[in-house]
Design a protein around this ligand. Sequence first.
Ligand SMILES: [Zn+2]
Length: 122
Amino acid sequence: MNQEIQAAMAEIKEVKKAAGARKRAEGTAVKNALKAAGYTVTRVGHGTGTGSGWLDVEVDASKPANCQCAITPRNMGRCQNCGNVWSEVRTNVLALAQQVTGRTGQYHGNIQASVALTRKYT
Ligand SMILES: [Zn+2]
């Protein structure tokens, strides 16, 4: 292998290392901001492969006290009240993540927010 190729490979390695450090810093900043805002953060990370530019944010939230899932037909999934909470939390999480990262554009700046309503009321 000649020296130019070795130099190019070393450069690529450095670029990847810097990108990794940027992603870790971004993830930490978002996680801390969400926690400070009172969210239960279950995961903040980046996608892999072609999705590596995406920021994935997962939070856990409580079902509302007026949850009617028990009387909602099974094929409807979550009840309307849970749907409202899910939608509100997701909107706020995306807005905060965008604010912290400065990400804009399509798909909330390539941020994916997942909200799991796993707990009963707060
Ligand atoms: Zn419900």
